[in-house]
Design a protein. Structure first.
Length: 316
């Protein structure tokens, strides 16, 4: 590429919120044949909210309210978008900023969390004689329960599946070694996601959805936006390897792009031929990506590719 063409291309990009880190990504972008999308925060808004709650096991002590307060408190140790959803819901539900005490918190990437929580009575406003009680809590997906030798019975599995078929994420709450309840969390698809996928497919690109979320949830979201190829339940650490494998086995001799928000997919962004970070505050993503879309506008992916094509046409 001539330096002038690159300057023009990156200049037009920059004035439209499309930061292209030099001539290399600008030229690579028009050779993209496969484009992999992260789900949470990329295809979806990344602002999940709790839309349903269930208790499977209750008695005079363990009520729906108590389960909620315990879950909200346990999630106070986590920075995961799902955690924020649970916390916010809990605060709203009890109309308080106050959560209980969370200790020994451990996030298990791709699965969920474990923690010990106490001071729950102050949250649910109950005066319990046993208010110093500490609960040991696990929150996460089916696999996380299985890892902890807790059986997810058919009834619970069905309840989760109903939500998953609608594209929601269902997480289980286990307290003191028993699966007590479920929270269903919804994250809306971005308004221009379907249009973006449609445009990319019209340009002849292969589109793939890559996520750590449940396969049913992932398929539901994919079908809402028109993506047919789905790889779900991929652990954060395996997303990078997925991109590496794709590059190795790609027969089309095209470039592989990864679009993500950087929340647990930065290594995959860096591994792709063209890493595209979209609408993210995550510094890691901005660093790992070769194209940064400043606006939270997914259609800018199409704009970036068109800009690349135009620049290359100008060169030849
Ligand atoms: P994604 O690819 O969508 O960013 P992750 O790999 O971060 O997904 O998480 C995969 C799954 O692990 C989630 O869908 C959820 O079931 C479970 N999980 C992870 N962190 C949490 C958490 N803090 N609370 C509840 N569930 C969680
Ligand atoms: Mg994400």
């Amino acid at each position: 590429a001539t330096p002038t063409a690159v300057m023009v291309g990156t200049g037009i990009g920059a004035s439209n919120g499309i930061l292209i880190k030099g001539g290399e990504p600008l030229e690579s972008a028009h050779k993209i044949r496969t484009i992999v999308f992260d789900k949470t925060g990329t295809i979806t808004k990344g602002k999940p909210t709790v839309i349903d709650k269930r208790i499977f096991f209750q008695n005079s002590h363990m009520t729906l309210d108590r389960m909620l307060a315990i879950a909200g408190t346990a999630e106070s140790g986590s920075e995961h978008p799902l955690a924020l959803a649970v916390r916010n819901y809990c605060k709203e539900y009890f109309a308080t900023e106050q959560l209980g005490l969370c200790r020994d918190f451990k996030a298990i990437w791709g699965y969920g969390l474990q923690a010990r929580v106490s001071d729950i009575d102050s949250v649910i406003n109950s005066t319990n004689s046993n208010s110093s009680q500490t609960y040991s809590v696990l929150i996460g997906n089916r696999e996380w329960m299985k890892c902890n030798h807790l059986k997810v019975d058919d009834g619970i599995d069905k309840t989760m599946s109903v939500h998953e078929h609608d594209g929601h994420t269902a997480v289980l709450v286990a307290i003191d070694g028993k699966i007590v309840g479920m929270l269903a969390i919804a994250d809306e698809v971005k308004p221009t996601a379907a249009l973006t996928i449609y445009a990319l497919q019209s340009l002849g690109l292969r589109t793939i959805l890559l996520t750590g979320d449940n396969v049913k949830t992932a398929r539901a979201i994919a079908s809402q936006v028109g993506i047919k190829t789905v790889y779900a339940e991929v652990l954060p650490t395996h997303k990078e390897r997925f991109i590496a494998n794709l590059k190795e086995n790609d027969k089309s001799h095209g470039k592989i792009a990864m679009v993500g928000d950087g929340i647990n997919d930065s290594p995959a962004l860096a591994r792709a031929d063209v890493g595209i970070a979209v609408g993210t505050g995550a510094d890691v993503a901005v660093e790992a990506a070769s194209i940064v879309l400043i606006r939270d506008e997914l259609f800018d992916v199409v704009a970036a590719i068109m800009l690349s094509k135009k620049t290359v046409w100008r060169i030849r």
